[in-house]
Every structure is written in C-alpha cells, then in structure tokens.
Ligand binder design. Structure first.
Ligand code: NAD
Length: 454
C-alpha cells in the first residue's frame, strides 16, 4: 500500500505554497477538469455500462451532464463566490467597514460511493478546486471500471500534490481516515458516515456527510394515477433503484391502492417491456447486493415483477403489496428496483408514520391538495424533495442538496458546494482618522451614552 501520509504531506506543502489560491488557477483547473471529462466521454459511458449496465442516455442525464453543469456553474460564478462581501456595521463601530473574506478549507478528503461513481466524485471535486483546496479522492472499490478510469483522468490532468485519486477498498479507506485533513466530504451509507464522523471528531475535522435512508412517497389519489405512476417509477427505476434519493416506499391513501398498482403495471411495462433482457435497464452492482434484494422479495406478496437473472444481475421492476411495517423490506434502505406499498387512512397517520422513523434524505408527495402539501412540508423534517415528481430536485444547481439527521449533515451543489469547501473570515477594518474615547477607561458615567447606543 502507498504511503498516504507522505502523499498528504506533499499536498500540505503544495497548499501552503499558495498555488491553489488565485482565481486564475482555480478557473483554469476547473476548465482542465471539464476538458478532460469531455475528451474521455466515450470511455466514461463504457465504464458506467461495465459497472452498472447504464445506458448512454442515463449516464449522460444522471452523471456526465450533471458533472458538466456543476463545473460550468462554478466557473461562471467563481469570481462572485470568491469576492469579499461587505456587511453593514452597527452604530457602535459606525466608522469601520465590516466584511467577510473567503478562505479554502485546505487539505480535503473526498469519499464517494459506487452508485453514481462519476457524478458523486466529480461534483465535490469541482467544489474543492473552486474553493482553492487540495483533494485526496477515494471512490468505491465496487465501481472499479469507473474508478480506474477516473484515476487515469485525474493523474493525467493534475499533479498528485494537488489532486490525488486513491483506488482500493477497506485497507485504503482505513489508512486514509487515520490522517488529519482540514475537511472530509463523505457520500455513502449512514453506518460508514458514523465511522467517518467519529474519526473526524478526534481531530475536530469538519465533515459534510451525504448519506441515505428510506425516502417515502405519499400519494393521496387527487392527481392522475398514470402521471403519478410514470414519474414515481421513473425515479424508482433510475439506475435500477440504486439511487440515494430514489423513492424507497409508498404510502397511498386507502382506496387508491388498486388504481396505483394498475397504473404502475402499465407505466413500468411501457418503459421496460422486457426488463431482464433490456440493454437500457441497469444491473445490480454486485452479487452481494443482488442476493440481498432477492431475499427481500422472497417471502413477500409480489404485485408486479419479482423475477431476476443472476447471470446478468438484473431484477425486474417489483412492487410488493400488501406490506406490513414489520416486514424486512421496511427495516433497511432498499437500494434496488423493489417498491413496497403501504396504505394510510388519514394524512396525519401518514405523517406520523414517517416522523416515527429516521429523517429521510428525500420526501415526495403526489397531490393536487395544496393544504395537504403544505402540512407535510411544515410537519416533516427531510433533506429535500419534489411535489408531483421524484428525484429531479437534485438537478437544479441553485438548490442546496443534503440530508438531515441520519440522512446527512451539510449540503452542496452550486453555490452551496463552494460554501461547503470554504469558510468566511469576519473582518472589521476600523477607521484611524478618529478614535472615539467612550470605550476606554476611565468610564465614569459614560454608561448613560452606552445605553443609548446599544
Ligand atoms: P458505503 O458507505 O459502503 O461506502 C461509501 C464510500 O465509503 C466508499 O468509497 C467506500 O469505499 C468508503 N468506505 C466504506 N467503508 C469505509 C470505512 N469503514 N471507512 C472509510 N470509508 C469507507 O456506501 P455505498 O454502499 O458505496 O453507497 C450506498 C449508500 O450511499 C446508500 O446508503 C446511499 O443512500 C448513500 N448515498 C448517498 C448519496 C447522497 O448524496 N446523499 C448519494 C449516493 C449514495
């Protein structure tokens, strides 16, 4: 195994040289990253197909296009993001100018998962560059073709003392976490997120944790069922359900379950008439996850799909109904094309059901009832979400993306990405042409004036 301590020491030296700081350098490096990705676009599409069976369309829509969009946003707004920001001064220091100055976090570590291996590595990396940091990037061992390709792209584009990509698994993760950084950006499961936060706490290293969990969908039956089912299944079947913000389970108003299941059957068949042999339908990342998902289906009541093919690691779009709160499928994040459906009698009951569990990364509601939507949004804590759609909230770089509680802490995308990889120093620049005597001893009865000022 490589000496990561020496690698980080070189990055510390490089950061202290100041080379990562100038606007021009940051912008050029973002441009280099964008060009390198573009030059390798066909290879990226091939690697994502190799790892996850993604179609070129899906790879572009959910990985490549999003990475390009984020890099372009940061390039376009970089000067403004880096700028000194003036704020007003209170009367007690009325002659001073008050402002904040942006500074990079410094030497950063980025862990990314296997499900969107390109997007979830490149988007935080672009933010690290825009912020003026160095980065050690550690993608997942499971998505090995994309990780190997990114390792080549990064090493051809940047020097290791600036940006380094480490391939590998547990041994590398553990060794990297033993070192001291200025910031850790982690995307992955809540369980590993906890390990990262504990390690970071020992050195008081700030971390952003982008985690997962069970994201619910509420369907109250007021919206057209085919439109609902189409958008629901689009989000569920993206990357064959291996999406952190994918709809995990549905709570449908009692009485509408049959209509929903029929609409899901129709819409799912339109998108993937022959899912197990479809070139466009992604596969499960590995046999461990394939077996885990199959065991969630076994012993459940299957209302749609349920078949799978171990050789190609594909699992049909599967709906489980009826489902009990205590069933295994309701105990863990599903992360596959399996959708349990439960019913509720009143909106209060649906809200209570969600609030009893960990705060979800996403929440979706399909409804035409504005009061119901408002009530859900004001009473349930969750990372982010959509009304009458799924997943698309993360495609807007103007919306911060992140979880809450067990689904994460901190956020990124667009401006928020830059803010997460930098901090602002607060400065008061005091005037020198006058020096008001009130604050200096002796105080005498100056408190009377102070009371008026404060
Ligand atoms: P994971 O937690 O197993 O791994 C994530 C990353 O951490 C990988 O790079 C892995 O190599 C590394 N890692 C694993 N064990 C480690 C350890 N002990 N110490 C340090 N690093 C370690 O997650 P995964 O299986 O790759 O991804 C699936 C999870 O990620 C799901 O829970 C999903 O919801 C979540 N996720 C969240 C987002 C988000 O943006 N919030 C995006 C994608 C995935």
């Amino acid at each position: 195994m490589k000496d990561y301590s020496a690698m980080l020491a070189k990055q510390k030296e490089f950061f202290l040289s100041g080379k990562t700081l100038p606007y021009k350098a940051r912008k050029e490096n973002l441009g280099k990253l964008l060009s390198a990705l573009k030059a390798n676009e066909d290879a990226i599409i091939a690697a994502l197909h190799e790892d996850l069976g993604k179609s070129p369309f899906e790879s572009y829509a959910t990985e490549i296009g999003i990475a390009y969009g984020e890099i372009r946003y940061l390039m376009k707004h970089l000067r403004k993001l880096m700028a000194k920001k003036r704020v007003a001064s209170p009367i007690t220091i009325f002659k001073a100018s008050s402002y904040t100055v942006s500074e990079p976090m410094g030497n950063t570590l980025i862990f990314s998962p296997w499900n969107y291996p390109l997007q979830l590595t490149i988007v935080p990396l672009a933010a690290a560059i825009a912020g003026g940091n160095t980065a050690i990037v550690k993608p997942s061992r499971y998505s090995k073709s994309t990780s190997a390709l990114m390792a080549r792209i990064i090493s051809e584009t940047f020097s290791e003392e600036y940006i380094a990509l480490v391939e590998g698994g547990h041994e590398e993760n553990t060794a990297l976490l033993e070192l001291r950084y200025d910031m850790i950006f982690f995307t992955g499961s809540p369980n590993v997120g906890r390990i990262v936060a504990e390690k970071a706490a020992r050195t008081l290293t700030p971390c952003v944790l982008e985690l997962g969990g069970k994201s619910p969908v509420i369907i109250d039956g007021t919206l057209d069922m085919d439109l609902t089912a189409r958008r629901l299944m689009w989000g569920k079947l993206l990357n064959a359900g291996q999406t952190c913000v994918g709809p995990d389970y549905v709570l449908v108003k009692k009485g509408y379950e049959d209509a929903l299941i029929s609409a899901i059957r129709r819409q799912s068949a339109r998108m993937y008439p022959e899912p197990l042999s479809s070139e466009e339908y992604p596969k499960i990342i590995n046999e461990k996850h394939f077996d885990r998902l199959c065991s969630l289906i076994e012993g459940s009541e299957v209302a749609l799909g349920g078949a799978s093919d171990r050789a190609s690691r594909k699992i049909e779009p599967t709906v489980l109904y009826p489902v009990k709160e205590t069933d295994p499928v309701m105990q863990e994040e599903i992360f596959g094309p399996v959708l349990p459906i439960l019913t509720y009698s009143s909106l209060d009951e649906a809200i209570a059901f969600i609030r009893k569990r960990e705060k979800p990364l996403a929440l979706y509601i399909f409804s035409k009832d504005k009061a119901a939507i408002g009530k859900v949004h004001s009473s349930v804590s969750f990372g982010g979400g959509c009304v009458n759609d799924t997943v698309i909230h993360l495609s807007n770089p103007r919306l911060p993306f992140g979880g809450v509680g067990a689904s994460g802490m901190g956020a990124y995308h667009g401006r928020r990405s830059f803010e997460s990889f930098t901090r602002r120093k607060s400065i008061v620049n005091e005037a020198t042409w006058i020096d008001l005597p009130i604050r200096f001893a002796p105080f005498g009865n100056k408190i009377r004036l102070l009371r008026k000022l404060m």
